[in-house]
Write a protein that binds this ligand. Sequence first.
Ligand code: XMP
Length: 325
Amino acid sequence: MSNVRPESMARITTKELADKFIAEQVSEVQKQVGDKKVLLALSGGVDSSVVAALLIKAIGKQLICVHVNHGLMRKDESEEVIRIFRDGLDANLVYVDATDRFLDKLAGISDPEKKRKIIGGEFIVVFDEEARKLTDVDFLAQGTIYPDILESDGVKALHNVGGLPEDMKFELVEPIKLLYKDEVRVVGKALGLPSSMVDRQPFPGPGLGVRCLGAITRDRLHALREADAILREEFEICGLSKKVWQYFIAVPDMKSVGVKNDKRYEGWPAIIRAVNTTDAMTATIEEIPYEVLHKITARITNEVEGINRVLLDLTPKPVGTIEWE
Ligand code: XMP
């Protein structure tokens, strides 16, 4: 397949078109791979999840999914990957909890670009270690999608991390590389993936690492993860999760004075960011009803250890980027 999307290729908008695409790709992949093994870094994001489900359909246990938990996932994210793929689809899934390795390397590092480099670099090291434990793997599957090819050099799944070492030579399997994101979602649904996985918001490769601002500590990261889970839960309840493109909490490395149970309580602020955009180049602020904001504030300040204030970021992009780091 060439990298140019043929003019004749109709957008995949319905279950029928998705089923047809799936049947074509299943036979293409079977032809390409034969009886060999394929490796896939399964982050749990939309693209890698859809590739995993598609390849499981095509080649079953010849696909080896490696899920690296870098300790910067949102609450229950890794558990969901295991539940859906290992328990639900009977995938050949290697789960690596590398939390300590990542957090130890990140300790004391406050520069955002250094943090990104460490996370990306360590991801490669961990993934490479797992790949070397396996034998007879000739192929590497990637969740490259069409905009990745248009916007960059086409190397996607590992685009946050720079690529595998030179001696790790694989032939690529990229079954969704001609699809736009909305088409990937339609295909994912046709493959039976749950909405919680297929309709999820974008999540940066370095994960909560770029939202736990400055030098990451385990206690502040834990507070961020819990506060973020509450925000997502409340957006789900009031329906904002369907209207807002990206929403999350950021927790800066600073404390203010507060009072809890009649005692002085020093804590971090949790900053709510909720933006709408089509291409992430510019973004507008989604209005959140005050009653929802009050409920979120009450829950986060009562339920999350270490947080004593909740703030709302009203800055569009530009001037503010979507992420804080
Ligand atoms: P910014 O913060 O630049 O973000 O306005 C635009 C979009 O990109 C995501 N983002 C990242 N995604 N690795 C990623 O995979 C990164 O390092 C990264 N930084 C920002 C961000 O979440 C938003 O959707």
